[in-house]
Unconditional design. Structure first.
Length: 696
């Protein structure tokens, strides 16, 4: 890169699966080269701060290992032996295989599979236009948001909360179940501003002493899957100590007296036995909440990734309704702002061509689906052909052994459109090279704040890389799929989507860089009532009818009717004395950035954090090779002795490529794909395991 050339600074948006969706300023040196990436100073949420991994994005864009040309498998499945092939031949082969699958088993035998490797709507969701037009099997997205969103919506009636910038105006910021230092640094920007400007306190609730916990004034360290108990004890104290706002409760909530009565037995001693957190810490937390009107509850995804995660999210969200914190600027609760954007994606996704009789297959259960589980296949035909964009299920999906067995099937044809040779690309039949966000146009929604942002094409794609949109439209032509969206450019799709959604035009967005979609104070604070017909916050939700728009299945289970500790987690037992959570690493973002040298250098190698008092009886020393296992499989990695967890809890910061582990089995070998009630989801942080030192 010629650093003597003065770069242009161009506005963009972070495409990664991170709630912040930062507004970026990218240095562009020429038609092929970017330099540093910075956060936009004048974006009120980004406020000039982005994470280190995206600041170094040039490392990813100009990485020597990027896929540059289409490849065709020439060795055995999974051998990693590929030979170059032309785009025309590659697309013809994919189309031929899809048509063959459809002729043999019907259209549902083809399963387009995608996820959040890019959060741009055109590039991420355009694959649905192809599947609707061709009546391919649907994709029920369950890996991430279902439990958290359902739990929050259960109380409020819609997925929206207090303006996240109000954290800076709060007197108490509670960061619950999200290691913001690792996963959304902007939360820390606003929380620490409140501390600096107003003397606000920061409370963090988490399962290990991570970066966010270390920055908190009061870290509340609990065992995984016990957040509901903690929330109940806090509310118990609020009622007991006269800190509940009864005027607010009577006006805005559904069953306050029932809740108060129910919580009488859920005191801090009860919660301490479940959470492992000292009674005094729980009481100190409750005191802070009770004494602070402007208390802001920033609720994250992490603690929803348990089998009782939906109930836990709901329980935590109830606290602000007990104190009436919603009334005050800098008070209330927030998880995600999906509902404020009312984005009409029907054109991008081809929803007018959707056929509701076509089955939806659960993303998390890909292992069961590909290995022929009848229930997972919902009684339909086998999946014999796949197009995979923006995701890496061989690393990311739970029950990894089953996923690998599924992809090893000789009668399964897989096309992976990717940026790097991921674990999933390794097992494909055809691999297509994909663009990165600076190489195509797209729009992004910042669910962790309130912005719609444009990420325009800034440089030409390297080699023969093509965008997701190009591939979808090219395949549509070869497959005879018809929809007006296939004839549009990304910019046309963006322009019409904005107009249909009431957000102006592409030209306007381009001129302004982003749109602040924040509703007014009364709406964001639910001062005119919550989003249920009677305007009441639900302490007692009717779980099967919680208005979660992405519910494609119902998991029957007797969920607690009021906030509680729901005993459905994988509790440790004599065979599996430890509970394992697979929390996010700072240098990686899901399985992205596991190829960039600085992220790899920072993360080192796959390790599991073990409390020294748990390690000692097993003769495990810091740095020893250890094996974790359960009925799903076993994983080999290295021990890191760490006293910032409760006894019996193990933390493996992830996600590493499978090849980084001693025998190629990644951490998701240990995680389960059984769906979480009420609408599905994977419990990545809820695994009972055994632990032993490796002897060879
Ligand atoms: S903090 Fe999140 S949104 Fe911001 S640049 Fe980093 S990954 Fe992207």
């Amino acid at each position: 890169m010629n650093q003597t050339v003065r770069p242009r600074i161009v506005a963009s948006a972070c495409p990664h699966d991170c709630p912040s969706t930062c507004a970026l300023e990218v240095e562009v040196f020429d038609r092929h080269t970017i330099g540093r990436v910075r956060g936009a100073e004048d974006n009120a949420y980004t406020a000039g701060v982005i994470c280190a991994k995206v600041a170094r994005y040039a490392e990813r864009v100009h990485h020597p290992d990027r896929l540059m040309q289409p490849l065709r498998r020439v060795g055995a499945k999974g051998s990693g032996q590929f030979a170059p092939i032309s785009w025309d031949d590659a697309l013809a082969l994919v189309a031929e295989q899809f048509i063959r699958a459809e002729q043999a088993h019907g259209s549902e035998a083809v399963w387009p599979y995608y996820y959040a490797g890019t959060m741009g709507f055109v590039m991420r969701d355009g694959i649905n236009r192809l599947r609707h037009a061709k009546k391919y099997s649907g994709f029920h997205s369950t890996i991430c948001v279902n439990p958290a969103w359902t739990g929050f919506i259960a109380g409020t009636g819609k997925l929206a909360g207090t303006d996240p910038r109000e954290m800076a105006k709060s007197d108490l910021v509670v960061i619950w179940g999200t290691n913001a230092v690792n996963t959304q640094v902007n939360v820390m920007t606003h929380a620490t501003r409140a501390r600096k400007d107003r003397g606000a306190k920061i409370v963090a609730v988490d399962i290990y002493m991570n970066g966010t916990m270390r920055q908190a004034d009061l870290p509340v360290l609990i065992r995984p899957g016990t957040d509901g108990a903690l929330a109940c004890a806090v509310m118990h104290c609020l009622f007991h100590d006269g800190k509940a706002d009864w005027d607010y409760l009577n006006r805005y909530t559904d069953a306050p007296r029932e809740l108060a009565e129910h919580l009488r037995t859920r005191d801090p001693e009860w919660a301490s036995r479940i959470t492992g957190c000292p009674t005094a810490t729980i009481e100190a937390f409750a005191r802070l909440v009770g004494e602070t009107k402007r208390a802001y509850f920033r609720l994250g995804y992490g603690f929803s990734r348990s089998r009782n995660g939906v109930a836990n999210m709901h329980a935590a969200s109830c606290i602000a309704a007990v104190t009436g914190a919603w009334r005050y600027e800098g008070g209330g609760a927030f998880h995600h702002n999906d509902a404020i954007f009312h984005l009409d994606k029907s054109l991008i996704e081809g929803k007018d061509a959707a056929d509701p009789s076509i089955r939806m297959l659960d993303q998390s259960r890909i292992g069961a689906i590909l290995t022929g589980d009848k229930d997972a296949l919902r009684g339909g035909p086998p999946v014999t052909a796949m197009l995979i964009q923006n995701t890496n299920p061989v690393t990311v999906a739970p029950e990894q052994d089953a996923v690998k067995r599924g992809f090893a099937r000789d009668d399964l044809f897989v096309c992976v459109h990717e940026q790097f040779m991921t674990d999933t690309a390794q097992v494909a039949d055809v691999v297509l090279p994909a663009t990165m966000f600076v190489e195509h146009d797209d729009i992004y929604l910042a669910g962790g704040s309130q912005y719609l942002l444009l990420g325009p094409k800034l440089i030409e794609p390297p080699g023969e890389c093509r965008s997701n949109h190009d591939v979808i439209c090219a395949l549509a032509r070869r497959l005879g799929a018809e929809h007006p969206g296939f004839a549009m450019t990304p910019r046309q799709l963006i322009d019409l989507t904005l107009q249909k959604s009431g957000w102006g035009t592409l030209a306007e967005l381009e001129a302004n860089r982003w749109i602040d979609c924040q509703p007014d104070f009364a709406t964001a604070h639910y001062l005119d009532g919550f989003a249920y017909p009677d305007g009441k916050f639900r302490f007692k939700p009717d779980w099967p009818t919680v208005p979660f728009g992405r519910a494609h299945c119902t998991v029957r289970s007797a969920m607690p009717s009021l906030p509680d500790h729901w005993e459905v987690i994988e509790e440790a037992d004599s065979e599996h004395p430890f509970r394992l959570a697979t929390s996010p690493a700072r240098g990686f973002l899901n399985s992205s950035f596991t190829e960039t040298p600085t992220s790899l250098a920072k993360e080192g190698r796959p390790e599991v954090m073990i409390h020294p008092d748990d390690a000692a009886p097993l003769a495990i020393a810091d740095g020893d090779a250890v094996t974790l296992g359960n009925r799903r499989g076993a994983v080999r990695l290295h021990a890191r002795l760490f006293d910032g967890v409760r006894r019996g809890v193990l933390i493996a910061e992830s996600l590493w490529p499978n090849k980084a582990y001693a025998d190629g089995r990644g951490i998701n070998t240990l995680t389960g794909a059984d769906p979480i009630a009420p609408f599905g989801g994977a419990a990545f942080h809820d695994n009972k395991v055994w632990l032993k030192k490796q002897t060879n």
